[in-house]
Design a protein around this ligand. Structure first.
Ligand code: BGC
Length: 723
C-alpha cells in the first residue's frame, strides 16, 4: 500500500475507504459498476474473462482492486442455471417454509452459512438470496422461497439466514422489495395498500431482517406498489429504505425490472442487473452517461450509487477477501440441510399410528416418486443436487418453462423406510394406477401415501387442491387400509378433503438434499417432530381474501390479451392492472382472526410424539411486554415445544415472540419472551412513526395461533417510535 492508497487501509471505515476509491474512478468506471449482464446470455466472444456462470455479473476495476461481482441465485442453495457448469451440483436446503417451520434462528443461520460457503467455494461473491416477502396468498408460486405470513417470524429468520451467508465474506441480498405477493402478472401488477398497513406487515418483515442481517444489497421487486414500479419507487427506496431505515447498502434491480434511467436513479435504484432482460441498457455507457452529462442524473447521485456498492463490498469483506474456488464439504453440508428438514417437518394429524414400530410385516409405499427422491421447487432458485437430479420432468409451456423443470433430489423416502423396517416387506406403487395402489394398500399392515405439489417462480397455483388427482388416490388408499399415513411434499398449503379418512398427515414440504432420510427418521420416531406451520392452511380457497388470484384467467387463450401458463386452460392477463389489499396488515392468521374464520390448520400448529403443559404466566408491561412462563414435557419422550406469545392490538391478533424449548420427559423450564415494541404499535403515517396506545393489552401464550394455554393482561405506557 502506498501512502496514497488509503482505500487499502483496513483501519479506516468502509465509507472512508469507499470515498478514497471513488476519488480515483473515471466516469466510465463508475458506470461499469452500476450495470451488468446475465453472463450466460452473452456471446462467448463478448464474455469477460472474469465473468462466471451465475445469474449476474458486474465488471470490476482491476487497477484499483475492485473485484468483478459474480452473482449466483441461492435462495435454497447455489444454483447452476441450465447446468452450464456440467455436473456441478450443490447442497439443497429444504424450502423456505420448511426452514421457517423450525422457528429456529440458529438453524436459519446455519442454512444461510452453508449456502454462503458453497457460493464462495464456487467462485461467487454475491448471493441472490434472502427472500423475505410475506406469504400473503397461499397460492403464490414462490412461497417455497419465502418464510412465513408473519413479519416477526420472517424478519428474524431471513435476517439470520443473511447473517449466516455473509459470514463467508460475500454479499447476500434481501429480496424482493416489496409486496411481490403474486407471481401472476408480476411484471405489470400494481399492488395497492395503505401506508400504515404496509409498514406493519411486509415492510416490517424487511425492516427486522435488515436490522438483524445487514444485507449488503436489497433487490427490488418486479411489481408496482401504489402506482410506481418498485425499481423507481421513491417512497420505498428513498423515503423508507434509505431515509427512515438509514440503509447504507445498494439497491440492485431484479432481472428485467428497470424501465428508465433518470427516474429510476433518482428514486433510489443503484444498479441495473441482467440488463439483457430490460428494453434498453438504462444504466449503461450510453444512457447513463448521457443522463449524467446532461444533468438529469446529478453526478453526486451516480457517486452515491457507486459509494453504496463499494462500501458494502468493503464492509462485507468482498473487497479484502477475493474468492478462491475450493471443494465444499458436501457431507457436512448435507447434515445441515437434514437437520433443518427434520426440525421443519410438521406433524398435522396422528391418531397414534406414528411413530412406526418394529412389529410391521407389510408396508405399502405409494406415490410422488418416493422410490427415487423428493421434490424441489422451480424457477431461478432451482438447485441441481450433488450427483444430479433423481428425476427431471420437462415443463413444456408457460412463463416458468424457460427456467424450470420438475426436479426430484436423489434422497428416496422408500429407501429410508426400507432401511428402518427391517422385518417388513416394503412394496411400492407409483400411484398412477389408483386401483393397483389401493390393492397394494389393502394387503398391507399400513400404507404410506406420498403426495406432492410442484410450485414455481413466474406462476401461481390455480387451486390449493393436490394436482394430478392425488386427492382421489389418497381417498382410495384410505378406503383400502384403515392405517393410512399421508406425507405431503408441497410448496405451500393444500386442501385435504380426505383428512378424516386417514390416520396421520406429515407436511414434509420440499425437504432438500437429505429429505428422504429426514422423513424416514420422523416416521420411525428417531426424531420427534417439532415443526410448526409458518402459514395458515385454509379449508378452501373461498376462505382467502381473494378467492381468485388477480390476473389469472380460467379458459382458453385470447390472442393479444392473455399469456398461457403451464396449467391447462389457465392464462395470465396481459397488460397493467392493480390489486387492492383490503386485508392490509392482517395477513394469514390475522385475517382468519379478524374475519372469524377457522382455518384447516392454524398458523403455529404442529404435533409431536410427546405432550407439553404450560403454567405460571407472569407479564410485565410499560415500554414493552415481557412474558415469562413455564413449559413442561409431560409425555414419555424428548421433544421440542415452540411456545408462542400473542398480543391483541387494535382488536387484532399479533405474534409478539416465541420460545423454542427442548425438554426431556418430565423436564420443565421457565422462559421469558420480550416483544419488539413495534409489534405493539400502530403505524401512524401522520406522525410519522410507530404509536403505542396506553392501556391494558391482552396477552396469550400457547402452542399455536388458535389455542390459548395461558392468558393475562399487561399495561402499556404510551410511546412513539421513529419509523
Ligand atoms: C428473480 C430473482 C432472481 C433473478 C436472477 C429473477 O427472475 O425474481 O429472484 O434473483 O431472477 O436470476
Amino acid at each position: 500500500m502506498t501512502a496514497a492508497q488509503t482505500w487499502l487501509d483496513k483501519s479506516l471505515s468502509p465509507d472512508d475507504r469507499a470515498r478514497a476509491l471513488i476519488a480515483e474512478l473515471t466516469l466510465d468506471e463508475m458506470i461499469t459498476l452500476v450495470h451488468g449482464p446475465m453472463p450466460n446470455l452473452m456471446k462467448p466472444e463478448e464474455k469477460p474473462a472474469d465473468a462466471g456462470t451465475g445469474a449476474g455479473y458486474i465488471g470490476g476495476v482491476p487497477r484499483l482492486g475492485i473485484p468483478a461481482l459474480n452473482e449466483t441465485d441461492a435462495s435454497l442453495g447455489v444454483t447452476n442455471p441450465r447446468q452450464v457448469r456440467k455436473g456441478d451440483g450443490s447442497t439443497g436446503l429444504p424450502s423456505g417454509l420448511a426452514i421457517a417451520s423450525t422457528w429456529d434462528a440458529h438453524l436459519a443461520y446455519e442454512g444461510g452459512a452453508m449456502v454462503g460457503r458453497e457460493s464462495r467455494a464456487k467462485g461467487f461473491n454475491v448471493l441472490l438470496g434472502g427472500g423475505a416477502n410475506l406469504t400473503r396468498d397461499p397460492r403464490c408460486g414462490r412461497n417455497f422461497e419465502y418464510l412465513s405470513e408473519d413479519p416477526l417470524l420472517t424478519g428474524v429468520l431471513a435476517g439470520e439466514a443473511i447473517k449466516g451467508a455473509q459470514a463467508s465474506n460475500i454479499v447476500c441480498t434481501i429480496k424482493h422489495f416489496a409486496l411481490n405477493d403474486q407471481e401472476t402478472c408480476r411484471h405489470v401488477v400494481d399492488a395497492r395498500i395503505d401506508e400504515g398497513a404496509l409498514r406493519e406487515s411486509d415492510l416490517l418483515a424487511f425492516q427486522i431482517a435488515i436490522e438483524r442481517g445487514q444485507p449488503g444489497s436489497v433487490m427490488c421487486a418486479y411489481n408496482r406498489v401504489n402506482g410506481e414500479w418498485c425499481g423507481e419507487n421513491d417512497f420505498l427506496l428513498n423515503q423508507v429504505l434509505k431515509g427512515d431505515w438509514n440503509y447504507p447498502g445498494w439497491v440492485m434491480s431484479d432481472w428485467g425490472a428497470v424501465h428508465t434511467t433518470a427516474k429510476a436513479a433518482l428514486a433510489g435504484m443503484d444498479q441495473e442487473s441482467g440488463y439483457q432482460l430490460d428494453k434498453q441498457v438504462y444504466f449503461g455507457p450510453v444512457l447513463m452517461k448521457e443522463a449524467v452529462e446532461q444533468g438529469e442524473v446529478p453526478f453526486e447521485r451516480l457517486t452515491n450509487m457507486v459509494h453504496r456498492i463499494l462500501r458494502s463490498l468493503i464492509d462485507k469483506g468482498v473487497f479484502d477477501n477475493p474468492v478462491v474456488p475450493s471443494e465444499p464439504d458436501y457431507e457436512a453440508h448435507g447434515d445441515i440441510s437434514q437437520a433443518a428438514a427434520e426440525a421443519g417437518i410438521v406433524l398435522l394429524k396422528n391418531d397414534g399410528v406414528l411413530p412406526l414400530g418394529g412389529g410391521l410385516r407389510k408396508i405399502a409405499v405409494i406415490g410422488a416418486h418416493a422410490d427415487v427422491g423428493v421434490l424441489s421447487g422451480g424457477g431461478s432458485s432451482q438447485v441441481i443436487p450433488v450427483g444430479g437430479p433423481a428425476l427431471e420432468l420437462k415443463v413444456s409451456m408457460g412463463p416458468s418453462s424457460a427456467f424450470s423443470s420438475v426436479t426430484y433430489f436423489p434422497s428416496a423416502p422408500l429407501a429410508a423406510i426400507k432401511a428402518r423396517a427391517l422385518n417388513a416387506t416394503v412394496s411400492y406403487a407409483s400411484g398412477e394406477d389408483v386401483a393397483e395402489a389401493a390393492e397394494l394398500a389393502r394387503g398391507a399392515d399400513l400404507a404410506i401415501v406420498f403426495a406432492d405439489q410442484w410450485c414455481t417462480e413466474a406462476e401461481d397455483l390455480p387451486t390449493l387442491s393436490l394436482p394430478h388427482d392425488q386427492d382421489a388416490l389418497i381417498a382410495a388408499v384410505a378406503a383400502a387400509n384403515s392405517k393410512t399415513i399421508v406425507v405431503l411434499e408441497t410448496g405451500t398449503p393444500v386442501t385435504m378433503p380426505w383428512l378424516d379418512q386417514v390416520s396421520a398427515v406429515l407436511e414434509a414440504w420440499y425437504s432438500g438434499t437429505r429429505g428422504g432420510e429426514a422423513i424416514g427418521r420422523i416416521l420411525f420416531g428417531e426424531v420427534s417432530p417439532s415443526g410448526r406451520l409458518p402459514i395458515s392452511f385454509p379449508r378452501s380457497v373461498d376462505d382467502l381474501v381473494r378467492p381468485q388470484i388477480p390476473g389469472m384467467i380460467f379458459g382458453p387463450p385470447e390472442e393479444g390479451k392473455t399469456i398461457p401458463t403451464s396449467f391447462p386452460n389457465v392464462q395470465q392477463h396481459k397488460g397493467k392492472f392493480s390489486v387492492e389489499h383490503p386485508e392490509g396488515a392482517d395477513v394469514g392468521y390475522r385475517w382468519y382472526d379478524r374475519a372469524g374464520k377457522t382455518p384447516l390448520f392454524p398458523f403455529g400448529f404442529g404435533l409431536t410424539y410427546t405432550r407439553f403443559a404450560y403454567a405460571g404466566l407472569e407479564l410485565a408491561g410499560g415500554e414493552t411486554v415481557t412474558a415469562s412462563f413455564e413449559v413442561k414435557n409431560t409425555g414419555a419422550v424428548a421433544g421440542v415445544e415452540t411456545a408462542q406469545v400473542y398480543a391483541r392490538i387494535a382488536g387484532g391478533q399479533r405474534l409478539i415472540g416465541w420460545a423454542r424449548v427442548a425438554l426431556e420427559p418430565g423436564e420443565s423450564r421457565r422462559v421469558s419472551v420480550e416483544a419488539d415494541p413495534r409489534l405493539l404499535a400502530s403505524y401512524d403515517a401522520g406522525l410519522p412513526g410507530w404509536r403505542v396506545a396506553a392501556g391494558p393489552v391482552e396477552v396469550t401464550v400457547g402452542p399455536d395461533a388458535a389455542t390459548v394455554a395461558l392468558k393475562g393482561e399487561a399495561v402499556l405506557s404510551a410511546r412513539t417510535m421513529k419509523p
